[in-house]
Design a protein around this ligand. Sequence first.
Ligand SMILES: *[C@@H]1O[C@H](CO)[C@@H](O)[C@H](O)[C@H]1NC(C)=O
Ligand SMILES: *[C@@H]1O[C@H](CO)[C@@H](O)[C@H](O)[C@H]1NC(C)=O
Ligand SMILES: *[C@@H]1O[C@H](CO)[C@@H](O)[C@H](O)[C@H]1NC(C)=O
Ligand SMILES: *[C@@H]1O[C@H](CO)[C@@H](O)[C@H](O)[C@H]1NC(C)=O
Ligand SMILES: *[C@@H]1O[C@H](CO)[C@@H](O)[C@H](O)[C@H]1NC(C)=O
Ligand SMILES: *[C@@H]1O[C@H](CO)[C@@H](O)[C@H](O)[C@H]1NC(C)=O
Ligand SMILES: *[C@@H]1O[C@H](CO)[C@@H](O)[C@H](O)[C@H]1NC(C)=O
Ligand SMILES: *[C@@H]1O[C@H](CO)[C@@H](O)[C@H](O)[C@H]1NC(C)=O
Ligand SMILES: *[C@@H]1O[C@H](CO)[C@@H](O)[C@H](O)[C@H]1NC(C)=O
Ligand SMILES: *[C@@H]1O[C@H](CO)[C@@H](O)[C@H](O)[C@H]1NC(C)=O
Length: 322
Amino acid sequence: MKRSVTYHFLLFGPLFPLLLFSFSFAQPSPDTAELYLKCQPTNFTCDHVVYNEIKFPFRTDAQPDYCGHPNYILTCDEENKSLMMNIGDKPYHVRQNIDYDKQVLDLIDADLFSAVHLPNSCPEKITNTSISSLESSYLAYVTNDINLTLYLNCSISTILTPGKLFPIPCTSSFPEFFGQNAFFTLAKEHIEFSENEQCNATVLIPVYDQFNLGDFSSGTKNFSDVLMLGFGVKWTIGQTWCGNCTNSGGLCGYNVTSPNSPACFCPAGAMSNGTNCSPGMRPASVFFVSFLDLYSGKTCPRLIFANQMIILGILFCSLVNY
Ligand SMILES: *[C@@H]1O[C@H](CO)[C@@H](O)[C@H](O)[C@H]1NC(C)=O
Ligand SMILES: *[C@@H]1O[C@H](CO)[C@@H](O)[C@H](O)[C@H]1NC(C)=O
Ligand SMILES: *[C@@H]1O[C@H](CO)[C@@H](O)[C@H](O)[C@H]1NC(C)=O
Ligand SMILES: *[C@@H]1O[C@H](CO)[C@@H](O)[C@H](O)[C@H]1NC(C)=O
Ligand SMILES: *[C@@H]1O[C@H](CO)[C@@H](O)[C@H](O)[C@H]1NC(C)=O
Ligand SMILES: *[C@@H]1O[C@H](CO)[C@@H](O)[C@H](O)[C@H]1NC(C)=O
Ligand SMILES: *[C@@H]1O[C@H](CO)[C@@H](O)[C@H](O)[C@H]1NC(C)=O
Ligand SMILES: *[C@@H]1O[C@H](CO)[C@@H](O)[C@H](O)[C@H]1NC(C)=O
Ligand SMILES: *[C@@H]1O[C@H](CO)[C@@H](O)[C@H](O)[C@H]1NC(C)=O
Ligand SMILES: *[C@@H]1O[C@H](CO)[C@@H](O)[C@H](O)[C@H]1NC(C)=O
């Protein structure tokens, strides 16, 4: 059964000029195999943590533009040891578990993350997460996000609504931001302050809804625990077309020549029509690849695709199986 490569070469060697001839006359047509290779999911290491299989709509700054959306560029902050993504002009830390099926990722405001790294330390400042900057990055809150509301620089010192409003233990660390008295709540309803008891600022940041307010009253949970939670966002980029591309074996990306148009990059041997891959190749390529397949000792099913080559294919197959 075993045949040597030399034997094959002797058989088909004379056909080489013909093959090269037909190959070089092939019409240029959209071939995305090279882009498919350039946009392969990559394992991205940041501070010894491996973020597995980064792919569309995300890309690392080491990958070409067309592999991901310009708003979804992941970078490694070496100094703060974390994976980062900007939303608007605000940096966020990206948690390890990007869920490509649900299209959800978990984020923490970078200002909070530095505090998270040092347990029980306070962030220097906390700023609103603006819904409009999320929306302009095609991100939406997941259903179990709630607002953490911070009341800063308050004139009150006694808590009027026990069980709902809790002191922020950061006033002595950063009085210039938190003021003399500051409070937080996870309650969904608005908290009313009386006329002569006001707070100078309100800040809203999203967090996962994971606590009973009672845990803060009892002391089981505290402000540091809340800051570490982060929140979830669902991305909508590609949701109408990317599934079709990946289901057909492709990788999603953007058109190299018109970067706002979605593209589907297909492996060698498949053609892209923009959003789907389908089997099939240029006749000359089929001929070429099939010839290589024959050479490497494989059987001949690929030749079926090349209508023009069927007769030659039968000849090849019968020679090989001889
Ligand atoms: C990435 O890591 C996963 C799991 O550790 C591994 O299965 C996969 O082969 C890696 N991919 C690359 C491109 O190195
Ligand atoms: C690390 O975090 C601090 C505090 O949030 C920030 O000021 C600094 O710019 C960050 N470092 C880098 C390299 O982004
Ligand atoms: C927090 O409150 C703001 C302003 O009311 C709202 O736009 C946003 O959707 C809320 N966030 C969450 C996670 O519910
Ligand atoms: C706190 O509020 C008072 C007025 O209510 C204001 O004068 C002061 O500058 C504020 N401090 C901070 C840190 O915002
Ligand atoms: C908070 O304090 C600042 C600085 O004194 C002041 O300009 C601002 O009006 C105050 N805001 C509120 C809501 O009291
Ligand atoms: C944060 O957002 C809330 C609700 O939109 C707003 O009332 C508040 O003034 C904002 N705080 C700051 C510091 O911009
Ligand atoms: C907050 O709670 C955590 C455990 O959940 C504990 O390790 C930490 O010391 C607490 N911090 C404060 C300031 O009480
Ligand atoms: C895929 O294509 C079908 C029709 O061809 C369409 O109904 C569907 O919404 C598309 N999108 C995804 C994500 O599959
Ligand atoms: C990119 O767009 C051009 C037309 O602007 C089109 O001819 C080409 O096939 C597209 N490429 C991909 C990979 O979709
Ligand atoms: C690409 O092919 C798929 C099925 O093969 C079809 O549903 C889709 O409409 C085609 N898209 C374009 C842009 O031709």
